[in-house]
Each structure stands twice: as structure tokens, then as C-alpha cells.
Design a protein around this ligand. Structure first.
Ligand SMILES: *Cc1c(COP(=O)(O)O)cnc(C)c1O
Length: 491
């Protein structure tokens, strides 16, 4: 399986493709595009039938094998077996089986309409990011061990990504993590999750500033190419291809667990921000998984909902980005969206490059087909199954209450956005699966507002805020940051 940049010229696409291991540790392609396979691998009905009986780890092996053709089979199987265990995904709730890794829960079944929740948040940090990041940690360690190389992961987080990365990389040979977060701006639970890690390869840096200051520091360090090379700096952000592929697996799993035969279709509703999660659903559908609709649910930051309603992609300025009670979806632009647009415009790299150049220079593009627009491909979006909807703070509170009253479970704020939007798109005869992207305990402040009681915490998290914490506080000073990194990489 070979990979190509979404911005590659047709001539370059055939001449310089890369394999899975080449792009594993990288981020953007050299031309600023994102990597995609030169063609999506296909899944036959016979394969789907055989996959119905598999454990999650074995299913992950089968799906990944189609993409990571340059990793020997036995080694890939060992990696998935080590990643998807009931010990790692142990935070299943009462009534769920931890061994299923992403258990399904039927919320509602009446008059041909069925609403199901797929739990993706039973991993160590209680959010779906563990599903991919845990695999990435093992893949990185495996790859680095082969070459004896070292990798220093440097990133900024306002919550879920940073903690998922740290829990995936803790104790891993050859890897260190330097994670910036805005000092005193994360919830007590989120900072405790990260800062209580005592592993010597984890470095938490609390920056005196806001999240944007942290991101600016990451950019400044990343733009210093000699420093980056000398210090072996890498990232694990949501455009990483291996993360996207790892997420493809649970769409197969959800489909197979919700259906009895391949004649059935299901739809998915996905709480969306950077379009990484739902992009994996798009890829599963392109591989032949019988998905009817892929519904993107957004919060007040409705960049994606706007595109799927109108064909206009208009990124927001940071001052126009709302801070909401589903903060992991507070994005001004959707960093994985380019992968879908590349498919939508017929895999034309030059066209994709022009459209995203326009995003950089003019803040967006318009594919509505109206006079003066940049194209008319919006009319093809329905062919790809995409639909969308939007949810507000009030919707979130109402949905959390309804779900608690009607089904006796407490959902988190992002999942509430998903359920609110899913209800608007559910059809007779097609099971609607909502992806549960976090557990409620992570966003307790809003749960308390909605229900008047605290969200239940999984075992082991009861006193997390009281654990000793390891972090340094630093001003938003790039020179100091570089000195700190250099002093701690041992390079
Ligand atoms: C990251 C995240 C999302 C958004 O996922 P994308 O892949 O960025 O679309 C939604 N919910 C939670 C809880 C998250 O952590």
C-alpha cells in the first residue's frame, strides 16, 4: 500500500509515493498536504462475514494489514494484541463487557428506529483518542527499536489529546513527551490526569498563558528546522495517518456488532472537531462497509455543519471561536477535512492545493456551484453519505438530562451533541450508531449543571486530584522552552 499527498501533482503522485512506515513518524507531507493511500483497499462480503467472529484485536489486525503492508504480519498481529486488551480498556461501565473494547448499548428501539451508543472511551484517559493513540505508542516504539532512533514528541493540549498521548507513550523506549498546556486553564480532573504521571519520559509544561500561546510556542519550535532535526522533535496531532487508520477499525466493529448480515446498513453520528474521527468513517465507507449516512455533529463552532449544509467552507478566526461546554470540539478549522475534499474533487491534487491555498489566503472556499464559487462539487457530497447538524449548550444540558431520565446513563457533553444531532437524522430500518467520544467524569462541571449530581468516576480515578503532581511552570518564552527541551532530551 502506497501513500500520496493530497496536494501532489498528478505527475508526482505516480513517481514519489511512500509506504506506511515512511509516513508513520511524520506529519504533513513536504508540500503541505496530508497523506492518503493511492487507492482505498476494498473489503469483500466474505471478509466481512469472517470478521464478525473476531476479537477487537484480531479485527484491528485485519483492517490494519490492508494499510500497513510493509510491517510483517506476525509483528503487526503482536502489536494489535498488545494494544487492544481488556486491561487497557478497563473503564467499561456496569452492563458493558470490557473485552469488547468498544461495547454497544441500545438506547432506544421503537417502530423500526434504533439508536445505539458505541463506547469508545473505556481506555486510560476516558476519551476516544486512546483508541488510536495507544496503537500509535506501540507502533512508534516498534519502529524506533528497529533503528535505535529516538523521538521527542512535542505538542500543546487543552485536554484530551495531550493526556491520551502521555498515557500512550509513558515508559516507552526511545520516546519522550514534552506537552504544553495553559497554566490553570484545564479542569482539575484533566490536569490531575496529566500531571500525576511520574514517568521519567513525560514532561508536563504549564505555560503562563492561554492555549493559543501554547500553540504559538509549538509552531515557533517546529519552524526552527535545525533545532527540530537536532532534537528529533515529532508530533502526534490528529492529521497523523496511523491515528486515522486505527479509528477505521471501530467503524467495522460497530457495524458488525449492530448487524446480523451484510445486507443491513447502519449510519453513524460523530461528535466532530478536527474531522479525524469522521474521516475514518468516510474511509471505512470507501472500503465498502455498508454505511448509509455519516452525520457530523458540531457544537456552536459549526464550520463543518455550515459546509455540509451549504457547500461553503469558511474557517473562523480565533476570536470567533467559542469556548463551549464540549471543548474538544472548539475548533476554528478542521485539520483533516482536506482528506475528504481530495476525494470529493476526484482526487485532483492540484485542485486540492488551490482550494486550501485559498483557505490560507482568503479564509475558505465555496463549492456550492453558485455564480462566483470555486466549483460545484457540493452536489456530490450526498453520494458520500455526509450530513450534519449542530448543538448548543442548552441542547447539551437537555440531552444529558433526557438520556439520564430515559436510559439511566450519564453521557458526556460531546456525546450529548452527537445524540442531539443523531435524533434529527435517524431513519426507519437503519440503525443509528452514535460514537461516545468521552466519559462524563471528564466534564463533570457541566454534568453537575445538568443533573445536580456528580458524574460517576471509574474505579481508580476517585482521588486523582489528590495525587502528587509533576510539572514545571514556564512563561511563554520560546528561547526558554528550547533550552528546557535541549536540557532534557539528552541530545
Ligand atoms: C477530539 C475529540 C472530539 C473531536 O474529534 P475529531 O477527530 O477532532 O473530529 C470529540 N469529542 C471528544 C471528547 C474529543 O476528545
Amino acid at each position: 500500500m502506497q501513500y500520496v499527498s493530497t496536494r501532489a501533482a498528478a505527475s508526482a503522485a505516480s513517481s514519489s509515493p511512500s509506504n506506511f512506515s515512511d509516513i508513520l513518524l511524520g506529519g504533513l507531507a513536504a508540500d503541505g498536504g496530508l497523506f492518503l493511500p493511492t487507492a482505498y483497499p476494498q473489503v469483500s462480503g466474505a471478509e466481512l462475514d469472517a470478521w464478525r467472529k473476531l476479537s477487537y484485536a484480531d479485527l484491528a489486525y485485519e483492517v490494519l494489514k490492508k494499510f500497513a503492508t510493509d510491517i510483517p504480519d506476525a509483528e503487526l498481529r503482536a502489536l494489535t494484541a498488545k494494544t487492544y486488551t481488556k486491561e487497557v480498556y478497563r473503564n467499561a461501565r456496569a452492563g458493558e463487557k470490557a473485552s469488547q473494547i468498544t461495547p454497544l448499548r441500545v438506547l432506544e428501539e421503537a417502530d423500526g428506529r434504533k439508536l445505539v451508543l458505541q463506547g469508545l472511551s473505556n481506555g486510560p484517559t476516558l476519551a476516544f483518542k486512546d483508541m488510536a493513540m495507544q496503537l500509535l505508542g506501540n507502533l512508534f516504539e516498534y519502529t524506533l527499536a528497529k533503528t535505535g532512533a529516538q523521538l521527542n514528541i512535542f505538542g500543546a493540549t487543552s485536554g484530551d489529546t495531550g493526556s491520551a498521548a502521555e498515557y500512550a507513550m509513558r515508559g516507552k523506549q526511545g520516546i519522550r513527551v514534552f506537552m504544553l498546556s495553559p497554566h490553570k486553564k484545564m479542569s482539575a480532573f484533566q490536569s490531575a490526569q496529566m500531571f500525576s504521571l511520574q514517568d521519567p519520559n513525560i514532561f508536563n509544561i504549564a505555560v503562563e498563558g492561554v492555549f493559543d500561546d501554547c500553540q504559538d510556542m509549538v509552531k515557533a519550535v517546529s519552524n526552527d528546522l535545525p533545532f527540530k532535526a537536532a532534537q528529533k522533535i515529532g508530533t502526534v496531532n490528529s492529521i497523523n495517518w496511523a491515528r486515522v487508520v486505527a479509528q477505521v477499525v471501530y467503524y467495522f466493529r460497530g457495524y458488525l456488532a449492530a448487524t446480523g448480515s451484510n445486507d443491513e446498513k447502519v449510519s453513524f453520528t460523530v461528535p466532530s472537531g478536527n474531522f479525524g474521527n469522521i474521516c475514518a468513517g468516510h474511509i471505512a465507507r470507501m472500503m465498502g462497509l455498508p454505511i448509509a449516512k455519516l452525520v457530523a455533529a458540531t457544537n456552536e463552532n459549526d464550520v463543518l455543519d455550515e459546509f455540509f449544509r451549504t457547500g461553503v467552507y469558511r474557517v473562523r478566526k480565533s476570536a470567533e471561536t467559542y469556548h463551549t461546554s464540549s471543548p474538544s470540539m472548539d475548533i476554528s478549522k478542521a485539520s483533516n477535512f482536506e482528506r475528504f475534499i481530495y476525494d470529493l474533487v476526484g482526487r485532483d491534487g492540484e485542485r486540492t492545493r488551490a482550494l486550501f491555498h485559498k483557505v490560507e489566503t482568503q479564509g475558505g472556499f465555496d463549492l456550492s456551484g453558485k455564480p462566483g464559487s470555486d466549483g460545484d462539487e457540493f452536489k456530490k457530497v450526498a453520494q458520500y453519505g455526509f450530513q450534519s447538524g449542530k448543538s448548543t449548550h442548552q441542547d447539551r444540558l437537555d440531552t444529558i438530562r433526557d438520556v439520564a431520565d430515559d436510559y439511566g446513563i450519564t453521557i458526556d457533553t460531546h456525546t450529548a451533541d452527537g445524540i442531539k444531532v443523531a435524533r434529527e437524522h435517524i431513519e426507519k430500518g437503519v440503525t443509528m450508531i452514535v460514537l461516545e467520544t468521552a466519559l462524563a467524569a471528564k466534564f463533570n462541571e457541566t454534568i453537575l449543571d445538568a443533573l445536580g449530581v456528580d458524574a460517576e468516576r471509574p474505579a481508580g480515578f476517585e482521588n486523582i486530584e489528590a495525587l502528587p503532581q509533576k510539572f514545571v511552570v514556564m512563561s511563554a518564552d520560546v528561547a526558554k522552552m528550547k533550552a528546557y527541551i535541549a536540557a532534557n532530551t539528552g541530545l
